[in-house]
Design a binder for this molecule. Sequence first.
Ligand code: PFF
Length: 445
Amino acid sequence: MQKILKSQGTWIGKWTFVLAATGSAVGLGNIWGFPYKAGTEGGAAFVLIYLLCIVVIGVPIMISEILIGRRSGNSPINAMKRSAIDSGNSSMWQLVGWTGIFAGVLILSFYSVIAGICINYIFISAFPNELISSSEQFGAVISSPSNLLFWHTVFMLLTMLIVSAGVKDGIGRMVKILMPMLGFLLIFMVIYAMINGAFVEALAFLFAPDFSNIGTDTFLSAMGQAFFSLSLGMGSIMAYGAYMPKEQEIVSTSFSVGSLDTLIAILAGLAIFPIIFAFNLEPGSGPGLVFVSLLSAFNQMEFGQLIGPLFFILLSIAALSSSISILEPGVAYLAEEGFLSRKKSAVFISLLCWIIGIGTALGFNIFADNNGDNPFLSNMELISVQILQPFGGMMIAIFVGWFMDEALIKNEITNKYPIFYKLWRFFIKFIAPLSVAFIFISQLI
Ligand code: PFF
């Protein structure tokens, strides 16, 4: 069986890795997660902490994940194991890969339900029901278990089919055309919001921080969101790193992916909040924020019935290029070890995610709490995004900073700008792991 993923060939072309990693990073986290978290966590203070986490923790860990993945060319579990053994350390470091796969299963379970809602919105925005408001529309969508389960199933099947065929063939091409389109459409939405929405109010909300009512959970939530948005701490980027050509520069690539991802999140915020304030909607309303606000914009604008569906098609595809990267580490491992064929591995893990996802689908209706919130979704996010992803990231930082043989690292990171290398070393040894540890500990006391 395929022990070494590299034997399947590296990504074709220099840009393919950047595109695939960007495809993994840019998704619901940017357009659904970032605005809704910024809304519930009080705006600019959250945004600022989030940006800080991207630079201080996220990018240094991304560099580490790519380098581990590329040097071994294996799935994350074996990549960690090999890098540890080659550095004279215990093979138990592979546990980091295992927690990543566990986190991935939990993440994909709810990701698929939300992405299903996006697919549903392609049709809702094409044929809007003029008798009800966009908030009522969202209420109608999530109150029907069968509707949510149907779209959850559709999205999960699509993810499974792509992963079982092998991610590297289709995805590069898909991302190359569709991601820029999504970017342009978002810019269009920002301009629309600038003209028709409460833009100044939105700017103040997103960028004028008020630190008076932030607590330790704001830090935890912003850090989790940074890991989630950059697809870190669970092996996705490591798995893709296995296919990265040797001559490509890891540090600058990580900066490109990090900047593009952040840009898209900020654009999403600038497109959504002016509409929220102009229509007196509630910024802290939670997971429905993007659906409610953008649907009211599409319903009002000229050609909204065309632009709306186009937007939700692109968003669904962005979600798909992320979901395949969530599934990839587990599937790559099972296939690499020869336990199951690639197809069967994809079916097996997808089925697991699908079953757990039923909890999120029903949490919106039958099991909603007294405030109408989805307790299953919040708990899944708490465990996977706010705890397991940062924990995995911290372990990767500790491994690369303190245990991995530096000669192996230097083999991967071309030392064109020694100052960057030194800075990165400092961040990965001290700043990144200590920041994560500090945020964790401040939660406990
Ligand atoms: N980064 C993706 C997003 O922002 O939607 C979600 C994601 C992908 C999380 C891959 C984790 C992951 F490993």
